[in-house]
Design a protein around this ligand. Structure first.
Ligand SMILES: Cc1cc2nc3c(=O)[nH]c(=O)nc-3n(C[C@H](O)[C@H](O)[C@H](O)COP(=O)(O)OP(=O)(O)OC[C@H]3O[C@@H](n4cnc5c(N)ncnc54)[C@H](O)[C@@H]3O)c2cc1C
Length: 310
C-alpha cells in the first residue's frame, strides 16, 4: 500500500519505520519546520555562543521489553544516553532530545512545513489536502495530538473524533533561559516548587555544548491558569519562582524566551492504536495510551503490527 502518515513525531515515525520495513510505500507530512514534535530542541544564539534547550520532553523512562531494545539501539547509534540526574531509569536524546526524531526521520520520506487540512475518501483511496495541493494514498495514518485529531476525521470515523476530543491534554508554559555563569546553588533538577512543575539544567544533560542553559516548566495547574498570559509575564513569574526555590540570585540572562505548549501532556484514551480495515484509516499517538514517550512509541509500533496482520 501507499500509506500517508499525518504527523512525524515519535508515534508517526515509529509506525512509518515498521510499515516501510514491511514493504509499504510510506510518506509522512508534518506541519513543523523540522524534526521534533513534542521532543523538540530549540537553539538560541547568545553572546556566548549557541544555547540549546529541550523545551518539550525532558527525559523518558523505559519499561516495555520492546522499548528497552529500541532504546539500546538508539544508544548504540549515539542518539540516546542515560541521564542519572533525573532518575535511575531516565534517558535523553543526545546531543539534543530531537536527535532521536532526526535519526528516525532521516531514511524516510518526510515533507516538513506541510499541514494536512483535510482527508477525503476517493473511489479507491484517500486524498489529503494541504496548503500547496493534494496527495493521494491507499491508506492514511493520523499521528497528531488528540486535540488535533477531530478536525481531520472524515465521515465514517466520527466516533474516533469524539474519543479524541474527550481525551484532554494538560498545557505547559516553558521558559528557556541561558546565563553567562553556572548557577552554583541549584541542583541539576528541581521538581514541584510552587508554580514550577519541573526545572532542569539543560547544559548538564549528556553531550550538550554551549552556555549554562535552563528549562523551567510551569506545573499543569499553573500553566492552565496562566495560559493566556503574555510570554514576558510568564518569564518573569517562573524565573522569580525559580530564584525563590533555589536561593539563587539570578544574573541577567543571556537570553530568556517562553514557549506555550497548549497540548503538552496527553490524557489517556484507554486504547493502544486504532485501525479500520474497511476505511484503511488508522490512529496512533501517545494520547491513546498515556502522556509518555514510551506510549507514543508503543502506539506507533502497535498500529504497524495491526496493519501487517490484516
Ligand atoms: C512540555 C512537555 C514536557 C513533556 N515531558 C515529558 C517527559 O518528561 N517524559 C515523557 O515521557 N514525555 C513527556 N512529554 C510527552 C511526550 O513529548 C509525548 O508523549 C510524545 O512526544 C508524543 O509523541 P507523538 O508522536 O504522539 O506526538 P507529537 O510529538 O506531538 O507529534 C505529532 C506531530 O504531528 C504534527 N502535526 C499536528 N497536526 C498536523 C497536521 N494537521 N498536519 C501535519 N502535521 C501535523 C506536529 O507538528 C507534530 O510534529 C512532554 C511533552 C511536552 C510538550
Amino acid at each position: 500500500m501507499k500509506i500517508a502518515i499525518v504527523g512525524a513525531g515519535l508515534a508517526g515515525l515509529t509506525a512509518a519505520t515498521d510499515l516501510a520495513a514491511g514493504g509499504h510505500e510510506v510518506a509522512l507530512f508534518d506541519k513543523a519546520r523540522g524534526p521534533g514534535g513534542r521532543m523538540s530542541t530549540r537553539r538560541i544564539e547568545t553572546l556566548q555562543g549557541t544555547a540549546y534547550f529541550d523545551h518539550g520532553t525532558q527525559y523518558f523512562t523505559v519499561r516495555d521489553p520492546g522499548f528497552v531494545d529500541q532504546v539500546a539501539a538508539w544508544e548504540a547509534a549515539g542518539v540516546a544516553a542515560r541521564w542519572p540526574a533525573a532518575g535511575e531509569n531516565a534517558w535523553v536524546g543526545t546531543p539534543g532530545m530531537n536527535a532521536i526524531i532526526k535519526a528516525l526521520a532521516a531514511p524516510l520520506d518526510v515533507t516538513w512545513q506541510c499541514r494536512i487540512a483535510a482527508l477525503e475518501q476517493t473511489g479507491d483511496g484517500w486524498r489529503l489536502t494541504h496548503d500547496g495541493g493534494n496527495v493521494e494514498a491507499d491508506a492514511v495514518v493520523v499521528a497528531v495530538p488528540a486535540e488535533q485529531v477531530a478536525d481531520l476525521m472524515p465521515a465514517g470515523a466520527e466516533a474516533w473524533g469524539t474519543l479524541a476530543k474527550s481525551t484532554i491534554s494538560a498545557p505547559c508554559w516553558t521558559v528557556m533561559a541561558a546565563f553567562d555563569t553556572p548557577l552554583a546553588r541549584a541542583g541539576d533538577v528541581l521538581r514541584d516548587a510552587g508554580p514550577i512543575g519541573w526545572a532542569a539544567r539543560n547544559s548538564a544533560k549528556p553531550g550538550r555544548t554551549g552556555p549554562e542553559s535552563w528549562v523551567i516548566q510551569g506545573s499543569p495547574a499553573w500553566s492552565a491558569a496562566h495560559l493566556e498570559d503574555d510570554a514576558d509575564a510568564v518569564i518573569a513569574a517562573l524565573l522569580s519562582a525559580f530564584a525563590r526555590a533555589t536561593g539563587e540570585s539570578l544574573p541577567e540572562p543571556l537570553t530568556a524566551q517562553a514557549h506555550r505548549w497548549r497540548y503538552a501532556l496527553s490524557g489517556a484514551a484507554g486504547k493502544t492504536a486504532l485501525w479500520d480495515e474497511m476505511l484503511k484509516l488508522g490512529l496512533c499517538g501517545d494520547w491513546l495510551i498515556g502522556p509518555r514517550i514510551e506510549s507514543a512509541w508503543a502506539s506507533g509500533r502497535a498500529l504497524a503490527a495491526v496493519i501487517a496482520e490484516r
